[in-house]
Design a protein around this ligand. Sequence first.
Ligand code: NAD
Length: 469
Amino acid sequence: MEAAATEALRDLLQRQRESWRADPPGYARRMDDLARLRAAFKARLDEFVRAIDADFGCRPREETLLAEGMTVLRSIDHARRHLKRWMRPQRVAPEWPCLPARCGIVARPLGVVGILAPWNYPVNLALIPLVDALAAGNHALLKPAEATPRTSELLERLIDDVFARDRVAVVQGDAEVAAAFSALPFDHLLFTGSSATGAKVMAAAAGNLTPVTLELGGKSPAIVAPGFPLKTAAARIAAGKWLNAGQTCIAPDYVLLHEDDRDGFVDCLRSEVARRHGAPGGSREYASIIDRAQYERLCAWRDEARAQGAEVIALPDDNAGDAARRILPPTLVLGATDAMRVMREEIFGPILPIATFRGIDEAIARVNARPRPLALYLFDRDPARTRRVLEACPAGGVCINDCMLQFAQSRLPFGGIGASGMGAYHGHAGFLTFSHRMAVFRQSRFSSFALMRPPYGRLAERLLRVLTR
Ligand code: NAD
């Protein structure tokens, strides 16, 4: 990137930092910021629906309202409802030898934070981190995705309408700009995207000792335990997998189920997809793949699986999709092996490998043979077995007997573990991510530690004996 452009980014950050130092937002300003952001976003919701639809080629209105509209509005409402309590200093007991001193923890804003968002939910993944950063009293620079240009431009207009640029500003640009952005000396950086880019972001941030929250991806398994009703599991996995045509970080990436259940489960998926997307003449209620490169990658992985002996089933009824509109139908892969790319890498599209096990231990071993997932889905009504799977399989988050709804809970932290990310946000977790928990020790008029100064007498000696017991 040109030196002048990098310099302009640094200037913008510096201006935000100066204005934050001069006047860091208190409770009233934060509440007002969130209220104005809410009103402006709500007023533009239909524009966002249209912009995302145009950026994707096709993105059903209902999916956008649910996954971007509802999630953002609810996260603002949740923050506004709880902010006073989150900001309240917390009293904690001092160590008894320090009595009668007092201790407390005060949540302080960090300063200026950076947010890097991807294209798959371009509004939700930009604005929810921003809501959390504003609730915590920060200024923010936001770099939305270049793959959704109309939506990113609309985001910029929204933010410019609500905030002065020395408080919150949007920066546009490609991967090169994103790389320069991640090298800015922010007080905190939240990145959402792939694990490979996450590693680059972390390396760039390390140069400034900027702390990072990394919201990454990976292969999230869905385990269907023996005895769980297959029709219910199929309906819920289908809804989670084919929302946004599988372009979701927490989409079930592959299914693991008992070998005796496989054919029944495939039949249930067939009828489920026919019911949901089997409209005559094709369904408008199914998203396009974001761009040609992603579409071709997915086709290549599907074709490789077929060439290496897997059975590939496009739903419903051998649906061929629509290459011109980048519509790739729900596609099952049976008999996939770990040598195939669909089982080696995160799919991030509508292809669903279905693998089998003979006992739950085999399922646990298969999950744990891979990097830790962002989400783990378990369909099981047996409490003991559920506990066992949860203890054995660490994951960013878990959803039992359904898919994706762990994301939509404002009271649950959202974040990965290991290769699927570090740190968390949403609700109070997000407020804490963008705050510093400042420790405050307040000495009383009388200090018990005054007895602990030289020259040490017999009283100090006796006290030390007690303290080192
Ligand atoms: P990506 O990592 O390719 O790109 C994400 C963003 O990073 C892009 O908008 C780009 O501008 C920026 N970028 C590119 N190079 C960069 C660099 N060197 N330094 C800094 N930024 C750079 O990811 P993607 O293809 O846009 O998104 C798909 C991935 O994101 C999947 O792995 C998915 O699981 C993950 N994801 C995770 C979450 C989550 O919340 N954990 C949500 C959505 C997507």
